[in-house]
Write a protein that binds this ligand. Structure first.
Ligand SMILES: [Mg+2]
Length: 247
């Protein structure tokens, strides 16, 4: 089974999250991969938002809200999150550039658009400190507020691996909220986009653009004809280079 985060992993990070999108090439490769392996997407986005971004690809499961949103509603979680919302909105109002995203089962406070990063982080920390049943997960210029004890990406990964009857899962992510998945129990191959010393990921890609190369390799591993053709092409190129060098 192959599992991926979305932002910063399948799609480049952009200033406005609603504008994030996969390149045509990544979309094509993911479509091919999903025909060869069970593929799951685990993102901090809300599930409806994610489904719009991934429309048309035959994925085994799309899970939103950091692992908590599988398509089965949880009204208690939703009402707890809506109780936080008013307090957070009021708390962050004094600092322009901060904005709150309501994802139903979690909240995200974005501070990419303010110059005062340190002040923003301090303000968000003080606002979230008083919230009931909250787990705070940092991210790239965003602070995520999820229900403490709600399924995280690690739980979701293990549940999907069992449901899909797979032994090994390759998981690719780029951020702090992917650490639960990197550290999930059982046979997990954790790959981080960008190296980080204290990460649980044992492998890494140097940049988001390298995701295409990784997916391409996974496709080749399950497509003997294409793999054979790629090897043959490489052999021919080497022979041609050798012939040129000896002239
Ligand atoms: Mg990400």
């Amino acid at each position: 089974m192959c599992a991926f985060d979305f932002d910063g992993t399948l799609a480049p990070i952009v200033d406005r999250p609603d504008e994030a999108t996969m390149t045509d090439r990544t979309r094509l490769l993911l479509t091919r991969l999903a025909a060869l392996y069970p593929c799951v997407i685990l993102s901090g986005r809300s599930r409806p938002d994610l489904l719009k971004k991934l429309g048309g690809i035959a994925l085994a499961r799309v899970i939103g809200n950091h692992g908590a949103e599988t398509g089965h509603e949880n009204p208690q979680v939703r009402s707890q999150v809506s109780r936080w919302k008013a307090a957070v909105e009021l708390g962050i109002a004094p600092l322009p550039g901060l904005w709150l995203e309501d994802k139903g089962l979690s909240l995200a406070v974005h501070y990419r658009q303010t110059e005062k990063k340190e002040e923003a982080r301090r303000l968000i920390e003080s606002v979230t400190r008083g919230l009931h049943q909250v787990r705070v997960i940092g991210g790239k210029q965003v602070v995520n507020l999820v229900i403490d004890g709600a399924p995280n990406k690690g739980h979701a990964l293990v549940t999907e691996r069992e449901r899909l009857n797979c032994q090994t899962v390759l998981y690719v992510g780029d951020d702090d909220n992917d650490e639960d998945a990197f550290a999930a129990e059982g046979d997990v191959v954790p790959v981080r986009v960008g190296r980080k010393r204290k990460s649980h990921a044992r492998y890494y890609l140097r940049s988001q653009e390298e995701i295409d190369r990784l997916i391409e390799l996974l496709v080749l591993l399950r497509s003997p004809d294409e793999a054979g053709a790629a090897c043959e092409e490489q052999r021919r190129r080497k022979l041609a280079e050798h012939a040129l060098a000896s002239q």
